[in-house]
Design a protein around this ligand. Structure first.
Ligand code: NDP
Ligand code: 2IT
Length: 443
């Protein structure tokens, strides 16, 4: 039956390779659970689960600083609302298309379920490239994007946040336009807001911090800890930098990171203040980091970060960035843990190679769920019009990451796949969403 459903997904979503990949990976985990719980394949439940509830695609025209008009495409895929309002980020990157947004929305549905919080799954974005654009251009783009999207949003309907290319600056412009059009101060309609106007402490840090908390939990099952370990992250954006920061706080040395231009090796450990300044404030490339850092760091244009020996690898840039060849190099160099900060960064062949070599592997839908979980904490704070301290919020995040880890670990055990976090995450996420869909009837 699952093969038949997958065949239908291939035909109905022709050419959407990332979406196929994400669906296949989940379906491959399901035979054991459907055998034990046949009610979860009644009423075409799996067929409904792989079909988004709603897919929105719209034109986004905007004017650049020289007066030229550009036409981008906007997307929002509202994938599943069985557990709560659609929730998930917006990605602005030239590679964004319907395929990418659908794979992300599908993953988000299970990820959000694993947090144990009342949020459904969705994702959106645009093929707009913010690189090299002025703040004014980004603002005009965001305003045009929201002028269409606002009618589909609402704190009880659909609540976007950031993702690649969308951070506090973009969320500010998007929120301003939403407030202006609707004449409502509806703080809970977007998350990742600034701290002075409805944002949550620890939301910027949450995905990276949560990723490292999950990694530490995995190591604990083997009686090990991060202290003294050598870590490599890919990417140097929101997720990568905050993962590096938490890993350093726990006593690890983060020796390398990357961006779309190349990677940097810094044997004594990355200078995170400098990295934040270069990447998050100045919006510069990593060669600028290496230049300002002096002799401590080496920059490798087009270099592969996975060639640098490490105990822990945290792919935190983009989908399918860690392939089988990279996995074999990591294994050869003695890697102990690979935990996904990005969404689907490891190819299926690479995941197989890592698992066969006994490397602890954490799928993104579990390991990077700290970001969206803290978004849900932001929604809670907005609903009750309070702001918690950084410490309170981070404590809750740590508790949630422990809960997600234990859920995946115990579910994998319960279904005869001990230590298989991919199976654990997929099965636990499926049971949570599936049970709710079953209870709510054929919709
Ligand atoms: P940012 O935009 O802050 O940073 C992205 C980083 O990845 C940059 O260093 C960028 O390089 C690099 N990158 C992006 N696309 C590519 C590409 N095609 N090839 C090579 N490098 C690339 O994004 P985030 O850190 O927020 O997101 C990173 C990943 O984490 C994404 O997969 C996202 O979906 C996922 N994620 C994000 C969450 C969040 O809360 N922000 C939550 C959970 C997952 P450059 O600077 O050169 O562009
Ligand atoms: O992939 C993700 O989980 C995110 N980009 C965060 C989504 C959110 O709603 O905070």
């Amino acid at each position: 039956m699952l093969e038949e459903i997958y065949g239908h997904v291939l035909r109905r979503n022709a050419g959407e390779r990332e979406f196929h990949q994400a669906v296949r990976e989940v379906l491959e985990s399901l035979p054991v659970v459907l055998e034990r719980r046949p009610e979860l394949c009644q009423a075409s439940l799996v067929e409904r689960l792989v079909e988004p509830e709603r897919q929105l695609m719209f034109r986004v025209p905007w004017t650049d600083d020289d007066g030229h008009v550009h036409v981008n495409r906007g997307f929002r895929v509202e994938f599943n609302s069985a557990l709560g309002p659609y929730k998930g980020g917006l990605r602005f990157h030239p590679s964004v298309n319907l395929d990418i947004v659908k794979f992300l929305g599908f993953e988000q549905t299970f990820k959000n379920a694993l947090t144990g919080m009342p949020i459904g799954g969705g994702k959106g974005g645009s093929d707009f490239d913010p690189k090299g654009r002025s703040d004014d251009e980004v603002m005009r783009f965001c305003q045009s994007f929201m002028t269409e999207l606002y009618r589909h949003l609402g704190e009880h309907t659909d609540v976007p946040a950031g993702d690649t290319g969308v951070g506090a600056r973009e969320i500010g412009y998007l929120f301003g336009q939403y407030r202006r059009i609707t004449n409502r101060y509806e703080a809970g309609v977007l998350t990742g807001k600034g701290i002075g106007w409805g944002g949550s402490h620890a939301r910027p840090e949450a995905t990276g911090y949560g990723l490292v908390a999950f990694t530490a939990e995995m190591l604990r099952t083997r009686g090990e800890e991060l202290d003294g370990m050598r870590v490599v992250v890919s990417g140097s954006g929101n997720v990568a930098i905050h993962a590096a920061e938490k890993a350093e706080q726990l006593g690890a040395t983060v020796v390398a990171c990357s961006d779309s231009g190349g990677c940097v090796l810094d044997e004594k450990g990355l200078d995170l203040d400098l990295l934040k300044q270069v990447k998050l404030v100045d919006r510069e490339r990593l060669d600028v980091y290496a230049e300002r850092r002096g002799s401590a760091a080496t920059y490798r244009a087009d270099g592969r970060v996975w060639d640098i020996p490490c105990d822990v690898a945290l792919p935190s840039a983009t989908q399918n960035e860690l392939d089988e060849d990279a996995a074999r190099t990591l294994i050869g160099n003695g890697v102990r843990v690979v935990a996904e900060g990005a969404n689907m960064p490891t190819t299926p062949e690479a995941v197989r190679a890592l698992r066969e070599a006994g490397v602890l592997f954490a799928p993104g839908k579990a390991a990077n769920a700290g970001g969206v979980a803290t978004s849900a904490l932001e929604m809670q704070q907005n609903a009750s019009r309070v702001t918690w301290s950084f410490e309170t919020t981070e404590d809750r995040l740590s508790e949630i990451m422990r809960h997600i880890h234990d859920t995946c670990y115990e579910t994998a055990d319960r279904y005869g796949r001990p230590g298989d976090y991919v199976a654990g995450a997929n099965i636990a996420g499926f049971e949570l969403v599936g049970d709710a869909m079953l209870a709510q009837g054929v919709i």
